[in-house]
Design a protein around this ligand. Structure first.
Ligand code: SF4
Ligand code: MSK
Length: 655
């Protein structure tokens, strides 16, 4: 058991790892032991951009690199270790940006179909956000119908992907100073697809061979993700499915039910998940489930799809990235329905140990051995029902080895930018002013975004949780998305009561007055764009400088694994945020490139990267950065404390 404990600190996960062993089912935690990470690839020193390679140019082991060693560290074409490390890094950014942005493109196309009346199952849920976004984009409202406005908005936004000149429209949402800096540096993205294609071109054999120039294109590509593809996806999803507001739910494998048909939705895009959420309660589907001996259909989420349907429907979450196989290991999962991103290919072989059906639904993401039921937005209800019937038909096939671990934890999610604005300022004076005031008076020391994945190379959930606890203990308000948010939620940090238990005195007093947890769930990976908007709102509300880089804020992805995390990190850095990653750092093979990103970037962007696998040390780096910014703003000494309690907020609203 001791050996199992090291793999995770989450009890449900620990129990399921042990069950997988008993059931002789090979899972990710086993493969992480048998398949060692390649140290040369991990440090970014392997180039496979042409057939004269792959060329490996690792740092010398066990000794300091001499100038002579450095000269020898070249590929067959002469590419230096610097060029190779930077090229590999920029390709990760391009892949991450492509993933988020292809998601965004699919959302725009669903939005256009909705506006044209081609998808009867969906409606415009947030009219106010539609009109606001249309105004932001310069679209005439007048007496036009919502549908007419939506068509023009969708057509305008779809052009953002293929635009060749100019700059992305959403860049205008950033603080003015930041926009000017991007223009001066030449990193303001022109079109989303254009930046990804140019990044792939410039990293091809024999093109851009100056690491600083390569990294500029890395920034431009990443900004096309954060202020482009991801932001478009978040905004249109809110319009179609509703802007999240606080919602209570539960998380962990204990949300699966012994007497119901369990269906997990896993992946990233919410269209299908939304329809499954509705159809799982359909009387015809419930009756069909009962006809097979189950009490009903129990829908739960996994990874970022889970965050999407949690935020809008309160659907419970079964777990984060490293728990996807384990939900099958319970023996109680009838179907896992997947779309795109973060879906382990091993799901099919794990399912063979039990009775689970793996159902792929997206033409871009098929899996050998899985059942494919292609989801079509135009016939969404029928598609969702067909999938649910497959799951229900599978209920009688459960084997004897069913065990659902009891762990499940309460959480509150749904802290969109709009919700935070309202909670802090009240309905009539929605604003970040009270947050800024509490930062200025020192009750809140700063704000940290802790995001990203779980990674089988470190103890599951431990790194995130240790970091988040250290931050809130030191009065840093934590905003979270993705699988990192789930680690905190499982540990009980996402309920208002966590404030008095885990947060420092100042942060706890603000959380108690407003009635919020000290760790706020802001959504899925693409919703990191909400954090950019929140940071911009803090700048615009005044008192904390005139750019994101002036704010006492920091970012982290302590258990990252996906290329999307690198794209996210780079757009945070290029937006002026100090960002710390854990686990491993993919340019370690070049000290020059790494130093450039860890030091010189600050002079260029006002934000920079850092790598620190120890979560306490990483949190302390973030706190030191926050304190540095507080000092620069002249708010390092606590001022008179103005706390907006409920009474004061009511007075404000009534004024
Ligand atoms: Fe080797 Fe150069 Fe080809 Fe890369 S591009 S594989 S360094 S020869
Ligand atoms: S799902 S990208 S493991 S956060 Fe977005 Fe989780 Fe990372 Fe996938």
């Amino acid at each position: 058991m001791a050996e199992v404990v090291k793999k995770s600190i989450d009890q449900a996960t620990i129990e399921m790892i042990a069950k997988a062993k008993t059931d002789e089912c090979n899972i990710v935690f086993d493969r992480a032991e048998t398949t060692k990470a390649c140290p040369i690839g991990a440090e970014g020193s392997c180039c496979s951009m042409c057939a004269m390679g792959p060329c490996r140019v690792p740092l010398p082991r066990g000794k300091e690199e001499t100038p002579e060693d450095k000269k020898k560290r070249r590929g067959v074409c002469g590419a230096t270790a610097e060029t190779i490390a930077a090229r590999n890094f920029v390709r990760k950014i391009a892949a991450g940006t492509a993933a988020h942005s292809d998601h965004g493109r699919r959302v725009v196309s669903a939005f256009l179909d909705l506006a044209k009346g081609k998808t009867p199952g969906y409606q415009i849920k947030d009219e106010q956000k539609l009109l606001q976004l249309a105004l932001d984009m310069g679209i005439k409202i007048g007496d036009r119908s919502n549908e007419e406005i939506a068509i023009e908005l969708g057509e305008t936004l779809i052009r953002e992907f293929g635009k060749q000149e100019g700059e992305l429209a959403f860049l205008k949402r950033a603080p003015l100073k930041r926009q000017e800096l991007w223009r001066k540096l030449g990193v303001a993205p022109r079109g989303i697809d254009r930046e990804v294609v140019e990044a792939m071109h410039r990293t091809h054999m024999g093109v851009d061979q100056d690491y600083q120039s390569l990294l500029l294109q890395g920034s431009r590509t990443a900004l096309a993700d954060g202020w482009g593809g991801s932001m478009i996806a978040t905004d249109l999803q809110d319009i179609m499915f509703g802007t999240p507001s606080p919602v209570a739910s539960q998380i962990n494998l204990g949300v699966l039910k012994e007497d119901e048909v369990n269906v997990i939705i896993h992946g990233h895009e919410p269209q299908l998940a939304e329809m499954l959420a509705v159809m799982s309660r359909d009387p015809e589907i419930v009756a069909y489930a009962k006809s097979k001996g189950a009490k009903g259909v129990n829908l739960a989420g996994m990874c970022c799809t889970a965050n999407e349907v949690l935020m809008r429907h309160g659907i419970p979450i079964a777990g984060n990235f490293l728990q996807q196989e384990l939900s099958i290991v319970t023996g109680a999962l009838e179907a896992m329905v997947v779309d795109v991103q973060c879906i382990m290919q091993s799901l099919v072989s794990v399912a063979q140990c039990y009775h689970t059906k793996i159902i792929t639904t997206d033409p871009r993401a098929k899996m050998e051995g899985a059942m494919h039921i292609e989801f079509d937005d135009h016939h969404a209800a029928e598609g969702a029902k067909a999938i649910l019937r497959v799951a229900i038909d599978n209920f009688p096939n459960r084997k004897k080895n069913v065990y659902i671990p009891p762990q499940k934890t309460d959480l509150i999610a749904g802290f969109s930018h709009e919700t935070i604005n309202y909670l802090l300022g009240g309905l009539f004076r929605a604003s970040y002013r009270p947050l800024n005031d509490n930062i200025i008076n020192g009750r809140i020391r700063g704000v940290a975004g802790v995001v990203g994945c779980s990674n089988a190379r470190v103890t599951h959930d431990e790194v995130q949780l240790t970091m988040v606890k250290e931050l809130i203990k030191n009065d840093v308000l934590v905003l979270q998305t993705g699988c990192a948010a789930m680690a905190s939620a499982k540990a009980g940090l996402m309920v208002p009561e966590a404030a008095s238990q885990y947060a420092g005195e100042g942060l706890a007093s603000v959380c108690e007055a407003v009635g919020i947890p000290p760790v706020l769930h802001m959504g899925a990976c693409i919703d990191n764009s909400r954090i950019l908007i929140a940071a911009t709102a803090m700048v615009k509300d005044g008192g904390l400088g005139d750019d994101i880089s002036d704010l006492p804020v920091a970012g982290a992805a302590p258990e990252w694994m996906s290329e999307k995390a690198i794209a996210i990190g780079q757009y945070f850095v290029a937006s002026g945020v100090f960002t710390v990653f854990g686990v491993t750092w993919p340019t370690m093979g070049s000290k020059e490139v790494t130093n450039y990103m860890f030091k010189d970037f600050e002079k260029i962007y006002g934000g920079m990267w850092a790598f620190e696998p120890d979560p306490i040390k990483a949190a302390q780096l973030m706190i030191a950065h926050i304190d540095k910014k507080r000092k620069a703003l002249g708010i390092d000494k606590s001022r008179e404390r103005v706390l907006y309690d409920m009474t004061m907020r009511r007075q404000l609203e009534g004024a």
